[in-house]
Design a protein around this ligand. Structure first.
Ligand code: UD1
Length: 358
C-alpha cells in the first residue's frame, strides 16, 4: 500500500505535515509530490523546513498562471507521475488549484482519493476555492470533514455517509505543535516595533480584495487610520498583494514580506486583533483566542462565527475602521470551538484509513 500526497500552495503544507507524520509512525509507504504552485523561498522552502516536511519526491514546478493553465499544467505533469508510481491512494488537502488538479487526474486514472478538509463551504461560487472544494469532494473516495457542519454539507450534497468521517481540523494539529516551537526558538514577533507594544495583524490576498484598485487603496487608507487612531498595524504581504500595493501610508503601518509559519504563528498569538480575508487564519485566530475581523461577505468557517471568535464585516473600508475601533475597545469574550479541534486529527485520519485499507 502506497499513499501519494499532493501539495502545492502554502495552506497545504501545514495540513500535510501532521498527516505524513502519523503515516510515518505507522511505517506506511508514502510519496510527496509538490506541484510548485507556490515556489518563493518564503512561501514554500521555509515552510517545508519549519514544518519538518520531507523533501518532495517530485516537484512538478508548474509555477504561476491563469487558473486553467495552472490546473492543466499540474494535471499533465501529475498524470505522468501517477502512471509511473501507481499509488493505492492519493491524499489531497484543502482547496487550492493543485488540489483540484490532483482530484481530476486521479479520478480519471481510477486512483482512489482521500480529501483532507472536505465539506468546507462558503456557498460562494465566485471564489475559485469553492469550485475546487466542490469538484474535489465529488471525486473523492474518503472524505475527512473538519467539523460536523462540513460533514452535513457533504451528506446534503449526496455523498455516501459511510465515506464521510468527521475527524476535526488538521490545521489545529500543526498549530498546537508549533506553540512549543515558537516558545523554544523565541521567534521574533514584532518586526519594526518595540516588544510588548499592542498591534493589529493583517493578511489580505484574495483576488476579490486586492484585484480591485479602488477597494485595495480604500483598505490601505483604512489600515493607516487604524494605525493612527490605535496602535501599529503589521501586514505581511503576499506576493500577489505586494505588486498592487504602493508604499505604506503611515509610519505605524508596517508592510513586510511573507513570513515563515512559526514567525507568523508567533505574530498571531501576540496580536491584539487580527484582520484577514484568509480561510486558515480565521481558524488559527479562533484557536489562539485572538479576536478576528474577516474582511469578506461570507466565510467557509461558520464554526468560528457561531462560537463568537470571529466577525464577518463585509468589504467596506469604513466599516473596517469602525469594527476595528469597536474590537480594540472591548475585552474578548470567552468562547468554545468544536471539541475535536484538539490537535489529534491526523491520528484519527490514520485510524480511519487503517480500518478501511488494511
Ligand atoms: C492560492 C490559493 C488560495 C490560498 C493562497 C495562499 C488557489 C486558487 N488559491 O492563492 O486559496 O489562500 O494560495 O497563499 O489555488 N506568487 C509568487 N510567488 C509564489 C506564489 C505566487 O510571486 O510562490 C504570485 C504570482 O504572481 C502568482 C500570484 O502570486 O500569479 C498568485 O499565486 P497563485 O498560486 O495563483 O494563487 P494565490 O493567490 O497564492
Amino acid at each position: 500500500m502506497m499513499f501519494m500526497h499532493v501539495v502545492g500552495a502554502r495552506p497545504n503544507f501545514m495540513k500535510a505535515a501532521p498527516v505524513m507524520a502519523a503515516f510515518k509512525t505507522r511505517g506506511w509507504r508514502q510519496m510527496l509530490i509538490h506541484t510548485g504552485q507556490h515556489y518563493d523561498e518564503l512561501m514554500s522552502d521555509v515552510m517545508f523546513m519549519q514544518l519538518g516536511l520531507p523533501q518532495p519526491d517530485v516537484n512538478l514546478a508548474v509555477g504561476s498562471g491563469s487558473h486553467a493553465s495552472q490546473t492543466a499544467a499540474v494535471m499533465t505533469a501529475l498524470e505522468r507521475v501517477l502512471s509511473q508510481n501507481r499509488p493505492e491512494m492519493l491524499v489531497l488537502y484543502g482547496d487550492v488549484n493543485s488540489t483540484l488538479a490532483g482530484a481530476v487526474t486521479a479520478a480519471k486514472m481510477g486512483v482512489p482519493i482521500a480529501h483532507v478538509e472536505a465539506g468546507v463551504r462558503s456557498h460562494d461560487r465566485s471564489m475559485p476555492e469553492e469550485i475546487n472544494r466542490l469538484v474535489t469532494d465529488r471525486l473523492s473516495t474518503v472524505l475527512f470533514a473538519p467539523s460536523s457542519r462540513a460533514r452535513e454539507n457533504l451528506i446534503a450534497e449526496g455523498m455516501p455517509p459511510e465515506a464521510v468521517h468527521s475527524v476535526g481540523n488538521v490545521m489545529i494539529d500543526t498549530l498546537e505543535w508549533s506553540m512549543s516551537q515558537v516558545d523554544a526558538r523565541a521567534v521574533l514577533t514584532t518586526p519594526g516595533i518595540p516588544a510588548g507594544t499592542p498591534y493589529v495583524l493583517v493578511t489580505l490576498h484574495r483576488p476579490v480584495t486586492v484585484d480591485d484598485d479602488d477597494l485595495l487603496h480604500g483598505v490601505a487608507a483604512a489600515l493607516s487610520t487604524i494605525a493612527e487612531m490605535h496602535c501599529p498595524v503589521i501586514f505581511p504581504v503576499h506576493p500577489r498583494t505586494r505588486s498592487k500595493l504602493g508604499p505604506a501610508g503611515h509610519p505605524r503601518l508596517h508592510l513586510i514580506g511573507p513570513m515563515g509559519y512559526l514567525e507568523f504563528v508567533s505574530l498571531q498569538k501576540n496580536a491584539r486583533l487580527i484582520i484577514t480575508d484568509s480561510g486558515g487564519v480565521q481558524v488559527e485566530a479562533a484557536h489562539l483566542g485572538v479576536p478576528c475581523l474577516t474582511f469578506r461577505d461570507n466565510t467557509e468557517w461558520p464554526e468560528t462565527i457561531a462560537a463568537g471568535a470571529n466577525t464577518l464585516i463585509g468589504r467596506d473600508p469604513q466599516q473596517l475602521v469602525r469594527a476595528a475601533t469597536h474590537a480594540l475597545s472591548s475585552s474578548p469574550r470567552p468562547f468554545t470551538l468544536p471539541a475535536d479541534w484538539d490537535g489529534h486529527t491526523a491520528e484519527r485520519i490514520a485510524e480511519v484509513l487503517e480500518r478501511s485499507c488494511w
